[in-house]
Design a protein around this ligand. Structure first.
Ligand code: SF4
Length: 687
């Protein structure tokens, strides 16, 4: 029997593999044996057809030696001629922590640029920026048990019934047991909203105003924890004053958000009266041009009421991908260094000494949207894309395709052919889930092993091996002399503890001495991991924020005006289907997962459809400033009038109109660089 971790979402459920069956692991603290539809279909997702089996160079099969020597030679030439910033890696929350660590070390310490960013930029980078603003470091303060110990759960921009289904199952069980109230904040009446005690179908983008109004209400109602604030928080006065100025009352919040005043009052009253409150938030909060402000508006309310780091309380970012957290930990974002360090002179020097790095990056690199713009502008001459499909999933996907088509060297490592491999000069066959070994970190800071239980087909290899081989061939044999993922994990853990002395919460120093057998047997563990193995499930109630003052920061926020586009009066929202994952390279090949929604549709509110005499099932042309597509209409009363909704998964393989990403604007958040995938101005015309 092999214990491993589900490869799909950030819940990070444990699974057991034995004699052809894959079942939930009853001992894994994320799921205690539960699985969702995708997890339950995992046995049908191994041994899938159409794998990439051999490296190719300009479409011709070649050996690993030839492919890697070619890449190494080209990258060295580009670096010497144009400088290190002419090279970029675009990686993925699907990578294991060990893969991510080696890619990040190669780029930031040896090639000498911080141009490594990840598709997690599209998923949770606003939460990262919000955590850093509030806590001084990207730290999730609570744990999954809090969802079961809360009396009120607020799901903000989070359809957890579909996107984090096992956590939703845990919430449903808790509601049956203790009557937990559920409030959802979402412009759509999602599957989660259907079961809520209160659904706030606010205007897209107006979340900050709703939370600012709550902060003002809590202050006026005498519900702040002034002693705790005095001891552990700075900036409270300014943040509360800003909230009172922007949204002085529940009435004002109702006007800005378009909500019924009674519903706003009910939410504010419930929050004020319920100490054990957890606020869960995911892409409806993060994927916004004001995503970081939304995150801080939520955290402000929890800090002001001391509802953090105690059982059943806390702001809680639900991560989308299985290892977005692990990527954050090793510095997979262009804006951070490894081990939660930043681009301060002291941190750059610390990492340089630890790696004995010849060319340390000293400043942040391009974030995802900027990175593909830099490719299009010719600033980046070579890009390696690992385990992700930006030609379909990035906003303004047509521009991404143009950029890649014009780029002198595009390398793509993946397990299956995608829209992006079609644009590559070099394609490298990657090992998939079930064939690779390493670790992932889930949304509650819990590190779990992914374990190999079958051989890779053809010549597919682990991503860490590819990046280490490239490093060796570029001249850094000693620095990349890893034999196994255990070697990499030990180094990653040692770096996290290197000269840390309590500076950073992220510390795995105690795991740096694991021998191979102990790494193999590693049980799921939450970071930080103290010297004596302590692994606190909750952080911060007693202070200890990793800021200069040791206090958390409440952030004074303004409420941005909604941008409107008279020529494109509707708003296109994008999101997930229950049974699909990303651009369907794996889930699209599993017959049972295709049954739920077998083809793409554009959901349109009946009022918007009636205005243009559009009937359900008919074809329409949907158009934005970035592209157009012909789609079949499904009338959908769960939307707000004026809203459109389309799933983000469909690619060229499934629709002649191309991916929905080609319609979506970028509109990145100014702090996180996360694009706004939820609010593209759009219009419809009947066909
Ligand atoms: Fe996998 Fe997420 Fe489902 Fe758990 S909830 S089984 S991690 S997809």
């Amino acid at each position: 029997m092999t214990r491993t971790t589900c490869p799909y979402c950030g819940v990070g459920c444990g699974v057991r593999v034995a004699s052809g069956s894959i079942v939930g692991d009853p001992d894994h603290p994320a799921n205690y044996g539960r699985l969702c539809v995708k997890g339950a279909a995992l046995k049908d997702a191994v041994d899938l057809p159409e794998r990439l089996l051999q490296p190719t160079l300009h479409g011709i099969a070649t050996s690993w030696d030839t492919a890697l020597d070619h890449i190494a030679g080209e990258l060295l030439q580009i670096r010497d001629r144009y400088g290190p910033d002419a090279i970029a890696f675009y990686v993925s929350g699907q990578l294991l922590t060990e893969d991510y660590y080696v890619a990040n070390k190669l780029m930031k310490g040896f090639i000498g640029s911080a141009n490594i960013d990840t598709n997690s930029r599209l998923c949770m980078s606003s939460s990262v920026a919000g955590h850093i603003r509030a806590f001084g470091e990207d730290v999730v303060p609570g744990c999954y048990d809090d969802i079961e110990e809360a009396d009120l759960v607020v799901a903000a921009g989070s359809n957890m019934a579909w996107c984090h289904p096992v956590l939703y199952q845990r919430l449903v069980a808790a509601r049956e047991r203790r009557g937990t109230k559920l409030v959802t904040i979402d412009p759509r009446r999602t599957a989660t909203a259907e079961t809520a005690d209160l659904h706030l179908a606010l205007k897209p983008g107006s979340d900050v105003a709703l939370w600012q109004g709550l902060l003002a209400y809590l202050a006026d109602a005498g519900k702040l924890d002034l002693d705790w604030i005095a001891q552990h928080v700075e900036g409270a006065k300014a943040a509360i004053a800003a909230a009172r100025r922007a949204v002085p009352s529940a009435e004002a919040a109702a006007v800005v958000t378009g909500l019924d005043i009674a519903a706003v009052r009910e939410f504010y009253h419930l929050f004020a009266a319920t100490e054990r409150t957890v606020t869960l938030y995911s892409q409806g909060v993060n994927q916004s041009s004001v995503g970081t402000d939304k995150v801080n508006a939520i955290i402000n309310c929890h800090l002001a009421t001391a509802r953090i780091g105690r059982p059943g309380m806390g702001p809680f970012s639900l991560t989308g991908q299985p290892n977005a957290m692990g990527g954050r930990e090793v510095g997979g974002l262009a804006t951070t260094l490894a081990a939660h360090m930043n681009f301060t002179a002291a941190d750059v020097d610390r990492v340089r000494r630890f790696w004995n790095a010849p060319r340390m990056a000293t400043k942040p690199g391009f974030k995802a949207v900027e990175m593909f713009e830099a490719v299009r502008e010719g600033k980046i001459k070579a890009i390696w894309i690992a385990a992700t499909n930006p030609a379909a999933s990035m906003p303004r996907a047509s521009l991404v395709r143009e950029a890649l088509a014009a780029c002198p060297l595009v390398i793509v490592s993946d397990a299956w052919a995608t829209d992006t491999t079609a644009l590559a000069d070099v394609v490298l066959p990657a090992a998939a889930w079930s064939e690779k070994d390493g670790t992932v970190t889930n949304s509650e800071r819990r590190i779990s092993r992914q374990r190999r239980f079958r051989e890779s087909p053809g010549e597919a290899k682990a991503d860490w091996w590819m990046f280490a081989e490239l490093g060796r061939r570029m001249g850094w044999a000693e620095a990349f002399a890893y034999r196994t993922p255990a070697d990499i994990f030990r180094e990653h853990a040692a770096l996290s503890g290197f000269e840390n002395r309590g500076r950073r919460i992220f510390d795995l120093g105690a795991l740096s001495k694991l021998d191979d057998a102990a790494y193999e047997a590693l049980s799921p563990v939450q970071w930080p991991v103290g010297l004596h193995g302590q692994s606190p499930p909750r952080l911060f109630f007693h202070g200890g924020f990793p800021t200069e003052s040791g206090k958390a920061r409440m952030v004074a926020l303004a409420c941005a005006d909604e941008t409107e586009d008279a020529d494109f009066p509707l708003v296109l929202n994008t999101g997930r289907l229950r049974d699909q994952w990303h651009t369907m390279t794996r889930t699209g090949r599993v017959a049972s997962l295709m049954r739920h929604t077998p083809s793409p549709v554009l959901a349109v509110h009946p009022d918007s459809a009636a205005e243009q005499e559009i009937a359900t099932g008919s074809l329409v042309r949907v158009e934005t400033r970035h592209g157009a597509a012909v789609m079949r209409v499904a009338l959908d009363e769960t939307l707000r009038p004026g809203a459109l909704y389309a799933a983000m998964h469909w690619t060229d393989q499934y629709t002649s109109s191309g991916p929905i990403g080609k319609l979506v604007h970028a509109a990145p958040d100014p702090y996180s660089g996360q694009p706004d995938l939820k609010g593209t101005p759009a219009r419809l015309s009947p066909m």
